[in-house]
Design a protein around this ligand. Structure first.
Ligand SMILES: *Cc1c(COP(=O)(O)O)cnc(C)c1O
Length: 390
C-alpha cells in the first residue's frame, strides 16, 4: 500500500521532536549534532531566540494579506538586501526553485523587452542543481531527475562547470543568459576556479547576455560572505536566493539590477505567498543576525578551522577520504568509501551530514558553530574513519 505521504524521498528512519542551536533531539531524548541544517536552511541553528521573537511578534499582528496590497516587511528586507549586494530590486517567492524560475523569466524578458525575443536560451553547467520544477530541471539537465517527465522544457544548453572556452563556444544569437552556481551544492561542492566568474562576466558583457547566479545554497553567509560571488567580486545581473534567507521559514528571493528588470512590469510575474508578512519578519530577523558586525568573519574563522581539521583527516585516512571540497561552511569530503554508508555511520554515531554528487558528504553546519562543535564533529568523523580503516 502506498504510504500516506507520497514516497518521493529516501528518508532515514529517524525523526526529531525539537532543536536547539546546532543540535536536534529525538522524542526519546537522543541528541544529534546537526551538520545538515535542513540542507543549508537553518543557518542560525534551530530555534534561534531572535527569530522566535520576531516570528511570534508578527504572528500576533498579521500573517498574510497578499500582494494586492503594500507589504511593509518586503520594503524593509528588499532594502537591506539591496544595501548589501549588487541588486537594485527584489522579487520575493517561497523556494529556491521558484527563485531560479523568476531569474530565468527576468533574463528572457530582458531580451524580449530590448528587441530580441529570439534570445531565450540559457547556458547552464553540468553537475548543477537548480530545483525540481520543470524549467529548473531542464536548466540543470540532470538525466536522472528528468527521466519519465516528458520532453525537458526547451531553451537550455549545457557545458562543463569551470570551463570558459566551452562556455564561450556555446553562445549563439539565441542565447539570453548564463546560469551558474558559484559553488555547486548538490552536485558535489565543485567550486568555481579563480577567474571563472570574471570570465563569465566578460562573455556576458561581450555578447550582451544576462549573468545569473544561483546562490540558493551558497548565499546567505554560507561561505563567509553574504553571497559567495563576492569572493571574486564579480556581480551578476540576476541572483536567486532562498534556503537560509528564512532560517527555516520558507522564503526565496530573486535579486535583480535595474537594467535586468526592464521588462518586469505590473502583471509580469507573481506569487500568492511570496514575501508574506511572516516570511518577511523572519528574513529581516535573519539579516539582523547575519549583518551584525563580526558575524560573517566568525563564519570565515570557523570554516578555516573546520577545513584544517578535515584536511588532517584526509591525510590520516586516505583509504576513506579523497579530498576536502567546497568553500567556507559549504564544505565536505569526497569519500573513497561509499558516501551513503558514511552518512549512515556518522548518523549512528550522533553526527548528521548530507550526501552530495560525486561521492561527497556535505558538512552543512549552522553558521553559529564554534570550536567545540568542530571538535565534536571531527572527533566523530575520526572515530568512524578509524573503524573503516581497520
Ligand atoms: C536547494 C537548491 C535549489 C532548490 O531550492 P528549493 O527550495 O528546494 O526549490 C535551487 N538551487 C540550488 C543551488 C539549491 O541548492
Amino acid at each position: 500500500m502506498i504510504p500516506a505521504v507520497l514516497p518521493t524521498y529516501a528518508r532515514a528512519d529517524l525523526s526529531f521532536e525539537r532543536g536547539e542551536g546546532a543540535y536536534l533531539f529525538t522524542g526519546s531524548g537522543r541528541k544529534y549534532l546537526d551538520f545538515t541544517s535542513g540542507v543549508a536552511v537553518t543557518a542560525l541553528g534551530h530555534c534561534h531566540p531572535h527569530l522566535i521573537a520576531r516570528l511570534t511578534e508578527q504572528a500576533q499582528k498579521l500573517w498574510h494579506c497578499s500582494n494586492l496590497f503594500q507589504v511593509a516587511g518586503q520594503q524593509k528586507v528588499a532594502g537591506r538586501l539591496i544595501d548589501h549586494s549588487f541588486a537594485d530590486s527584489v522579487f520575493f517567492c517561497n523556494s529556491g526553485a521558484e527563485a531560479v524560475e523568476g531569474a530565468i523569466k527576468v533574463a528572457r524578458k530582458y531580451h524580449a523587452e530590448t528587441g530580441h525575443p529570439e534570445r531565450y536560451r540559457i547556458i547552464a553547467c553540468t553537475g548543477s542543481f537548480h530545483g525540481r520544477t520543470l524549467a529548473t530541471l531542464a536548466a540543470a539537465g540532470n538525466e536522472k531527475y528528468l527521466r519519465g517527465f516528458g520532453p525537458p522544457a526547451p531553451g537550455f544548453d549545457h557545458v562543463a562547470f569551470g570551463n570558459l572556452n566551452e562556455m564561450r563556444a556555446k553562445v549563439t544569437t539565441e542565447t539570453a543568459a548564463i546560469l551558474v552556481e558559484p559553488v555547486q551544492g548538490e552536485g558535489g561542492l565543485a567550486t568555481a576556479p579563480e577567474g571563472y566568474l570574471r570570465g563569465l562576466r566578460a562573455i556576458c558583457d561581450e555578447f550582451g547576455l544576462m549573468l545569473v547566479y544561483d546562490e540558493v545554497q551558497s548565499g546567505m553567509g554560507r561561505t563567509g560572505k553574504l553571497f559567495a560571488h563576492e569572493w571574486e567580486g564579480v556581480p551578476p545581473d540576476v541572483l536567486a536566493a532562498a534556503k537560509a534567507l528564512g532560517g527555516g521559514f520558507p522564503v526565496g528571493a530573486c535579486l535583480v539590477t535595474e537594467r535586468a528588470a526592464v521588462g518586469m512590469t505590473p502583471g509580469s510575474h507573481g506569487s500568492t505567498f511570496g514575501g508574506n508578512p511572516l516570511a518577511m519578519a523572519v528574513a529581516d530577523a535573519v539579516l539582523d543576525v547575519m549583518l551584525a558586525p563580526g558575524f560573517l568573519a566568525g563564519v570565515e574563522r570557523a570554516a578555516a578551522l573546520l577545513r584544517r581539521r578535515l584536511e588532517a583527516l584526509v591525510g590520516k585516512y586516505p583509504k576513506v577520504f579523497a579530498e576536502v571540497r567546497g568553500k567556507g561552511l559549504l564544505i565536505g569530503l569526497k569519500c573513497v568509501v561509499p558516501n551513503t554508508d558514511m552518512v549512515e555511520r556518522l548518523r549512528q554515531n550522533g553526527l548528521l551530514v548530507a550526501g552530495a554528487g560525486e561521492n561527497v558528504i556535505r558538512l552543512l553546519a549552522p553558521l553559529i558553530i564554534d570550536e567545540r562543535h568542530i571538535d565534536e564533529a571531527t572527533g566523530i568523523i575520526d572515530q568512524v574513519a578509524r573503524q573503516w580503516h581497520g
